[in-house]
Design a protein around this ligand. Structure first.
Ligand SMILES: [Zn+2]
Length: 366
């Protein structure tokens, strides 16, 4: 829903003067006094670009990613801010998958057209084609109507992304534990976990709600590592209102640290990974309430398990589906065994993470 978002360049903040009467606020916003508004975020994990995904999308000769998130389209479009982790550079041809990715420009165009608002670039694969590949990625993303954060052209542009939506200023801080390949030039720069303090400090001073999205943790572990928890505690104490991690490629557990909700890992968003836990993922809906004259606050979180189907299993190509919507649709599968894989994995991952599907997590106002 990006037409309602205004990206704020550095410190261009809307300051509500205390002297403004409430009727003035109402007039400015076009809403009656005491009006309450709700802002919705939708966040998914690692958007991968494995070679098999590219071959499937281009099987007719022209790019067609339309099935990838078809079943999530309403969630993405209806969210005020939809966010995903772009775990590959748009480095041009030749398109490559693991271990050194370069994804097609058409993939990013598809994500844009679907309604994603923010793509994250602080991840271990973003320098897979060197600094030149990252520079091209930033150019391509800037040519679309997407916002992005996690990397910047120069060190002086190392800031949180600030978005203003429905009168709420939201800061998005995206950081990675490292990159698989090092930079080939001094710029662009990728935001590292070691940068968290100044970025979080700036975000807390600039925004109503601070969202921290670290790319961290141990791959394929369904429970978080002590290092993640220690860092999350520090971030919570420094003003993070919500922490949502990616990188392990599987769903990890949830906790509240000093009142700050922490989803340690959402898992993949779409991939060609075969391990069953890597095919089960989380889509996360977050709601923020804004009452005029009061500070916005997190209302609740709704984690929803998703399943990544491969070409020919359900659709002709990859298709990510909400598990709950398909539990009673076994007949929809072209490969029935995959339905049973989904159900078994769904049960096993909920047991391993202790994170139930579709159970609303509410937060006290702070
Ligand atoms: Zn990663």
């Amino acid at each position: 829903m990006r037409h309602r978002i205004v990206a704020l360049l550095v410190f261009c903040l809307l300051t509500v003067e205390a002297a403004w009467a409430q009727k003035d606020l109402a007039r400015l916003t076009g809403l009656p006094p005491q009006r309450e508004d709700t802002l919705t975020l939708y966040i998914v994990g690692d958007i991968m670009s494995h070679g098999a995904q590219t071959r499937s999308a281009f099987r007719s000769g022209r790019a067609n990613y339309s099935t990838f998130f078809r079943h999530l389209e309403s969630r993405i479009r209806e969210a005020d801010v939809a966010i995903g982790n772009l775990e590959f550079p748009l480095a041009g041809k030749p398109y490559t998958g693991y271990p050194a990715f370069s994804g097609p420009d058409e993939y990013a165009s598809y994500l844009d057209s679907l309604g994603f608002d923010v793509l994250l670039t602080a991840n271990n694969h973003i320098l897979d084609r060197g600094s030149e590949g990252l520079a091209r990625t930033l150019d391509r993303l800037d040519s679309l109507s997407l916002f992005h954060t996690g990397a910047a052209r120069t060190d002086s542009l190392r800031h949180p992304l600030l978005l203003q939506v429905k009168g709420v200023t939201l800061a998005v801080v995206n950081l990675t534990y490292g990159t698989n390949l090092g930079p080939t030039r001094k710029s662009p720069v990728v935001f590292g976990l070691s940068d968290w303090q100044p970025l979080l400090q700036e975000a807390a001073a600039s925004a109503d709600i601070v969202l921290v999205l670290p790319h961290w943790g141990l791959e394929y572990h369904s429970v978080h590592a002590p290092e993640q928890e220690a860092l999350a505690r520090e971030m919570a104490a420094a003003g993070a209102h919500l922490i949502v991690g990616t990188h392990p490629h599987v769903v990890q557990d949830f906790d509240k640290l000093s009142g700050t909700p922490v989803f340690y890992s959402l898992g993949n968003a779409v991939s060609n990974q075969n391990d069953l836990p890597a095919r089960l993922e989380l889509g996360l809906r977050i709601r923020i309430v804004h009452r005029f004259g009061a500070s916005p606050f997190l209302l609740d979180a709704l984690p929803e398990y998703l399943w990544c189907t491969k070409p020919g299993m359900l659709e002709d190509s990859y298709a990510v589906i909400p598990v709950r919507d398909f539990l009673d649709r076994q007949d929809a599968w072209r490969v029935p065994a995959d339905y049973y894989r989904m159900v078994c994995t769904y049960q096993a991952v909920q047991a391993a993470t202790g994170l139930p599907d579709h159970e609303l997590i509410t937060f006290p106002p702070y």
